[in-house]
Design a binder for this molecule. Structure first.
Ligand SMILES: Nc1ncnc2c1ncn2[C@@H]1O[C@H](COP(=O)(O)OP(=O)(O)OP(=O)(O)O)[C@@H](O)[C@H]1O
Length: 584
């Protein structure tokens, strides 16, 4: 398929909602248009060239420019700081929004109380030679006070939309706080910073109440366009309308300029990009850690779990067993655990790639070397991939795994890394992790039997937040120690109870018996009498047969022969092959 522009289907809404929305837009536009009708357009040039207008424009534009610069810088920092706060952040947000809710005149009085000549800090400022109230700095101070919330609201909401995993994974692969800020966070929130800045500038141009209360209206130094317009109303309504038109014109220009990057943004052509073959040996060499592997111990509370160095440990367990949580403790993402490892890289189920970067840029953040990035991409067969935002789920999973490996981790923790990959890609990456197992300590959270049989050296089984059983994969697959493990290993599991020494299937029994498919066989009448078991044929699976015993599905390790579904047949269960668990 050739490159194309892909368009998302827009969400549709109901007609009453659209009608109300149009009414709201008209309500904003109508007064502006009405003002346009009243403006004496032929006199506009005279008004613009008048020295008094120049003074008003100079004070307004310079105060707006200075306060916008300060509020954009300080507001962005404040929004970034808010992300670090926990519960207190709600309180700080309330404080930040206060100027929006405060009557402007009260804002002016508050500034007077703080920075006025007889205010709390005023005398100290005067002594330092800084005249704030009733001087130009007072105009900037008033504008800063009212415009800060606009920047904070815009940047804060953009930051809250940033996927936390993007930052967590960047930290996990060893990027410093400064690099994460410069290379990942700022590019992502830049449009919001522009929007916040533009809103602040526009609001600053229109600011009146706080400024006149705190800085007064001294011609040429503190008289801004809005106070000039207000005073001009008393003298000449035409002049007031003309000045208003100028002010609105500047505001429209500002907001248009802020929206330009979005309007002019080039849409990226998207195309189907094929993956190339992987060179696993080259990739192994390029991602091998610089130090030999060692055992990894993690202590949470009074429980210590150890993962063998140079081995792959598969962590398994039912949903909610605490696998991801243990991995987050181990990688240091959750506080409160002690581990002996330093270069731990954890890749969660979410790829967490920086959304504004290309695949090569995302990788170079780790390698810090464009040439090495290209080598890694070629060895992984991912060199055709373009921008992160265009990746499919499986491609993103592969790039994320490559990025995690590019950090040459001593300990690699991966949470279901192949879940989004196609069978062939998963096999390639599984092979890579297998051949590089001796280089590092690898821990993989998985629900896949293929991972257990082809990748894992060890298996750790988790239940209710704890590792309840751990050992070599081969042994645990042959002799599962829990019912969950038995089911995962593909071993038959039957619930039942004991009659004397004999296990009898029973849906309400207090035991579970696990046994290989070969331990259950279709049997002649004589043996059936001995075991007393009857199975109902459910489905012929080719070399095996799915049957129902006392309402429980199990597999017989033989073909169904001529028996039709629904037919009851005698079966024999080899008692010596049973592993019995008490019900949990
Ligand atoms: N050690 C623990 N202490 C406190 N809470 C825990 C602990 N382990 C797990 N939990 C709680 O259990 C929830 C589920 O845990 P977790 O996401 O780690 O399960 P999981 O085994 O990874 O599940 P899944 O297979 O569905 O991904 C967590 O959100 C957490 O609240």
């Amino acid at each position: 398929m050739s490159p194309t522009f892909l368009r998302e289907q827009r969400p549709r809404t109901t007609r009453p909602v659209i009608a109300a929305g149009v009414l709201a837009a008209v309500y904003i536009l109508a007064p502006v248009l009405a003002l346009g009708v009243r403006v004496p357009w032929p006199k506009l040039a005279d008004t613009l060239s008048a020295p008094a207008t120049h003074d008003l424009l100079r004070v307004s534009l310079s105060a707006a420019a200075l306060s916008t610069l300060l509020s954009t810088l300080l507001g962005t920092c404040l929004a970034l700081w808010l992300q670090q706060l926990r519960r207190v952040s709600h309180l700080v947000r309330l404080v930040v929004y206060l100027p929006l809710a405060m009557p402007p005149v009260v804002g002016g009085l508050a500034l007077t109380a703080l920075l006025g000549r007889r205010g709390l800090l005023g005398p100290a400022l005067e002594q330092a030679g800084l005249h704030v109230s009733f001087a130009f700095p007072g105009v900037v101070a008033a504008h800063l006070f009212v415009t800060l919330p606009f920047v904070v609201v815009a940047v804060d909401s953009a930051l809250r939309q940033l996927d936390p995993e993007v930052v967590a994974s960047a930290r996990g692969i060893g990027l410093s706080a400064g690099t994460i800020l410069r290379r990942i966070i700022l590019p992502t929130i830049l449009p919001a910073v522009f929007t916040g800045g533009a809103l602040a500038f526009a609001r600053s141009l229109g600011e009146f109440g706080t400024t006149i209360t705190f800085a007064g209206s001294l011609p040429g130094s503190t008289r801004t366009m809005p106070s000039g317009i207000y005073l001009e109303r008393e003298v000449s309504a035409d002049n007031a309308y003309a000045l208003s038109a100028v002010l609105i014109g500047i505001a429209i220009l500002t907001l248009t300029a802020a929206g330009m990057p979005l309007l002019l943004r080039r849409r990226r052509e998207q195309a189907v990009r094929a993956l190339q073959p992987m060179d696993p040996n080259a990739l192994r060499a390029a991602t091998a850690p610089l130090t030999p592997p060692h055992d990894l111990s993690v202590t949470v509370g009074d429980t210590t779990t150890t993962f063998r160095g140079g081995r792959v440990t598969a962590v398994v367990g039912p949903n909610g067993a605490g696998k991801t949580t243990l991995m987050r403790f181990t990688s240091g993402r959750l506080q409160g655990a002690h581990t002996n490892a330093e270069r731990v890289v954890m890749l969660s189920q979410n790829p967490g790639l920086p959304p504004t970067a290309t695949v090569a840029q995302a990788l170079t953040m780790v390698t810090k070397d464009a040439r090495r990035t290209q080598e890694l991409l070629s060895a992984a067969g991912l060199q055709e991939l373009g921008h992160v935002s265009e990746l499919s789920g499986g491609q993103a999973a592969q790039v994320a795994l490559l990025r995690a490996l590019a950090a040459r981790p001593e300990v690699l923790i991966v949470d279901e890394p192949f879940a989004a990959m196609d069978v062939e890609s998963a096999a390639r990456w599984r092979h890579l992790l297998r051949i590089s197992a001796a280089d590092r300590t690898t821990v993989i959270v998985t629900h896949s039997r293929v991972d257990l049989t082809t990748l894992a050296d060890d298996i750790a089984v988790m239940e209710a937040g704890e590792v309840i059983s751990q050992g070599p994969a081969e042994r645990l697959l042959e002799q599962p120690t829990t019912r969950f493990m038995a089911e995962l290993a593909g071993v038959n599991v039957l619930r039942g109870s004991f009659r004397g020494d004999t296990f009898a299937p029973d849906r309400n029994g207090e035991h579970w018996a696990a046994f290989p498919q070969t331990a259950l066989r279709f049997d002649p009448i004589g043996a059936q009498r001995a075991t007393g078991l009857t199975a109902t044929i459910v489905a012929d699976l080719g070399s095996t047969t799915l049957v129902d015993i006392d309402g429980q599905r199990v597999t017989v390790g033989q073909p169904a022969r001529t028996n039709a579904p629904g037919e009851a047949v005698p079966v024999a269960l080899d008692a010596s092959a049973l592993t019995v668990y008490t019900r949990t």
